[in-house]
Design a protein around this ligand. Structure first.
Ligand SMILES: C[S@@+](CC[C@H](N)C(=O)[O-])C[C@H]1O[C@@H](n2cnc3c(N)ncnc32)[C@H](O)[C@@H]1O
Length: 315
């Protein structure tokens, strides 16, 4: 993995979000998703070890730590991601989670495929919207290697049937509308000194005028965010705007990386769509599929597929 390849995730986690679906989960995952995970944690023996792969800001690892705390049970939780993880920002944004955070050992900037944790160490390996982002075969081999014989791998993964895919496709369309305005290009040119203030102002006004009906028609959060920023920028004179260069550059970068992140999620969803039996890769790595089912969040939102595998007692 190249340095900077996961900047779109590192910067996202630096914003302090706890899950990769902030529009649906203001705090941590709840409902049917949390219930699925709780059932998996119940099976971990006293003094057992849990490993969460592609953890992000630790959503599933924190659910595990919270569960063991509430049950007053001893178990260790380790959480791994290839991106930079930002516990300080997450803790600031979600106060009251100190005990859960203290219950997790985070290992960031560590791709699953080359993770050097010991063999046969973990009772439960977990991953949510995570392991499918890795190179499938080596990641599956790692999961099998890290599990102790009899240990379980539990996954909640993107699925071709998921409603999340439709939302992502819609958001990709919103980014296309944004690109058609030439707004980010214009802001980049202004920041580089290649566009005058008066030309930029015209561009900001034209962008706002075009986004207003698009927002009314779609209520897209992306348009709401951009329009709010445009309104603020349009109240500024040249001196004020130039004094806000750093914020302006951060706004541009946030939108650029947001699109890269969305495309990353779409890439993974497309790969799963093209290879619906992709999860067989875990069987090829020596694990036994126990069961799988669709996750219906709040009884109706198709939010992906859950899988449970076991490492056979004798390989
Ligand atoms: C969609 S996010 C999910 C994060 C978290 N599990 C959640 O449900 O909120 C996918 C995560 O996978 C991580 N990731 C992608 N490729 C990886 C790899 N090869 N090894 C480890 N982590 C990886 C990304 O950095 C990102 O944090």
């Amino acid at each position: 993995m190249q340095p900077g390849q996961l900047d779109h995730w590192s910067e996202y986690w630096a914003s302090g979000q706890l899950t990769s679906l902030p529009a649906d989960f203001a705090g941590n995952y709840d409902g049917e998703i949390a219930a699925f995970w709780e059932t998996q944690f119940q099976g971990v023996p006293e003094g057992g070890k849990v490993l969460d792969l592609c953890t992000g800001n630790g959503a599933i690892a924190l659910l595990a730590a919270g569960y063991f705390l509430a049950q007053q049970r001893e178990a260790s939780v380790t959480a791994v991601d290839a991106a930079k993880i930002s516990l300080e920002s997450m803790a600031r944004r979600h106060p009251g989670r100190e005990a859960e955070i203290a219950g997790v050992t985070f290992i960031d900037q560590s791709p699953v495929e080359t993770l050097a944790l010991p063999d046969a160490e973990y009772d439960l390996v977990t991953s949510q919207y995570g392991i499918e982002y890795c190179d499938w075969a080596p990641a599956a081999a790692q999961a099998a290697r890290l599990l102790r014989p009899g240990g379980r791998l539990a996954l909640v993964c993107h699925a071709a049937s998921s409603d999340i895919v439709a939302t992502m496709a819609q958001e990709a369309g919103d980014y296309e509308v944004l690109a058609s305005l030439g707004l980010l290009k214009g802001l980049r040119r202004f920041l580089a000194g290649n566009l005058s203030f008066s030309r930029l102002r015209k561009l900001l006004q034209a962008s706002r005028d075009r986004l207003t009906p698009a927002y009314r028609a779609t209520r897209a959060p992306l348009f709401a965010y951009v329009m709010k920023t445009l309104e603020g920028l349009l109240t500024m004179n040249e001196t004020q705007l130039r004094a806000r260069r750093i914020e302006l550059a951060a706004f541009v970068r946030q939108l650029e990386l947001g699109e890269v992140r969305l495309n990353d999620m779409l890439r993974v969803n497309r790969a799963i769509h093209e290879t619906p039996e992709w999860y067989r890769v875990f069987e090829a790595a020596g694990l036994r599929l126990l069961d799988s089912h669709e996750i219906l969040f709040r009884g109706k939102h198709r939010s992906g597929h859950a899988y449970r595998f076991e490492r056979p007692d004798s390989d």
